[in-house]
Design a protein around this ligand. Structure first.
Ligand code: SF4
Length: 388
């Protein structure tokens, strides 16, 4: 299914959305020869660290529906999420040979194991590193510790690429990435106010594009889309406003998102590709830039099942998001075998029931080809509002 918004975009942009490890790397090599490309799984890592090392970050969300798992099964237990298997499959097939480094964040045991499997199979040709997040972000020691951890990762990348990162490089990376995040926030705001004008399957594709482009190009693409969308004429449409929660790592097929919307939902807030808008602006001020990035990560970042900054608990924060988005319901949408998301559903359901907020639970896989069952579940959910 073609996105109307992407229609005017080039074939290359479509290829970047569906096969970024190939199309985005080819583009980077052609347009910025000599610039290293660093894969980031799956973007719970401040891109600034990669940019300050002189490299281009590239969000790696597995193989999506593009990869058949043949070799990776032998390295994992059966009950593991698809994104881990298809990411490894890409590596084993040689499809990630265009990457100079690959970073993982400590989001779950599966990501930790995947990082080790990559290090064992592909180091030293591929620089592989694993960022540890503080176990207790509220601890007074967390800021010092995380700043040092980011510095360690940056130092590793810089050594690999023969660079000497300085504060000016970090400041520039912050400014560029802040602009991208500001554009993403503006698009999310636009979608929340007028979901018919910017359906989520289009917003999703735009974000996917932005996570695979250099920051200045990503900001320009998003700004251009925002200006075009603001002027877009669309007929009014009745739909149930919902928040989607749980799809923060493995991503559903875009077609699944489109089917949900066609079945009568207006998604007005979500956690798709949430790492791309992990935090708001990095605070200004006299602190070192790395410390300010660490501070933004710990104090002002989104909350998810695999990222728990200090502050209100996740269920309470979900209820707040529902109210802020003026949503009528919630779709709890977890990837198959994603333990962090599935475990949190118990907490979310309890909180939503207490707050009398209707919710629907959907399970998905990145490699999903049929959508009839999901569509009929969504239609039943939507009808429940009509007859309530
Ligand atoms: S989908 Fe879930 S289990 Fe799999 S790597 Fe991501 S967070 Fe971990």
């Amino acid at each position: 299914m073609k996105s109307r918004l992407l229609d005017p975009l080039s074939e290359e942009a479509r290829a970047i959305v569906s096969r970024p490890w190939e199309a985005a790397v080819r583009r980077a090599r052609a347009e910025r020869p000599g610039t290293p490309v660093v894969g980031v799984f799956p973007v719970f890592i401040p891109f600034e660290i990669v940019r300050a090392s002189g490299a281009l970050p590239l969000a790696l969300f597995g193989g999506g529906g593009e990869v058949e798992v043949a070799r990776a099964d032998a390295r994992f237990q059966s009950f593991v999420c698809s994104i881990a298997k298809t990411t490894l499959e890409l590596g084993l097939r040689g499809d990630l040979s265009g990457l100079d480094a690959l970073l993982f964040g400590s989001i779950c045991d599966v990501a930790r194991n995947l990082s080790s499997v990559f290090a064992r199979n592909f180091s030293p040709k591929l620089h592989v590193d694993y960022i540890h997040y503080p176990q207790n972000p509220a601890s007074p020691a967390a800021l010092d510790w995380f700043e040092a951890e980011l510095g360690r990762v940056l130092g590793g990348l810089a050594a690999r690429f023969g660079k000497k990162p300085d504060e000016a490089a970090l400041e520039e990376a912050i400014a560029r990435q802040d602009r991208v995040r500001a554009e993403i926030r503006a698009l999310y705001e636009l979608r929340r106010e007028a979901p018919a004008r910017l359906p989520t399957f289009e917003l999703y594709a735009l974000l996917r594009l932005a996570t695979a482009l250099p920051a200045e190009e990503a900001a320009a693409v998003l700004e251009e889309a925002r200006l075009a969308l603001t002027a877009r004429e669309v007929p009014a449409r009745d739909a149930v406003r919902v928040v989607v929660e749980g799809a923060f790592c493995e991503q559903p097929p875009i077609e699944l998102i489109r089917q949900m919307e066609e079945a009568g939902l207006a998604i007005v807030d979500d956690d798709f590709q949430v790492g791309a808008r992990l935090f708001g602006e990095v605070p200004r001020g006299p602190e070192r830039p790395l410390r300010r990035i660490a501070r933004a990560f710990l104090e002002n970042s989104v909350r998810s099942s695999v990222h728990r900054p200090a502050g209100a608990a996740r269920p309470e924060r979900l209820i707040e998001r529902v109210r802020a988005a003026r949503a009528e319901g919630v779709v709890l949408m977890a990837a198959k075998f994603c333990e962090p998301a599935l475990l949190d559903q118990v907490l979310y359901r309890r909180a939503l029931e207490a707050a009398k907020i209707p919710h629907l639970r959907l399970e998905f896989e990145e490699k999903q080809w049929t959508f009839e069952r999901v569509r009929s579940e969504v239609e039943t959910f939507v009808e429940s509002f009509l007859f309530d």
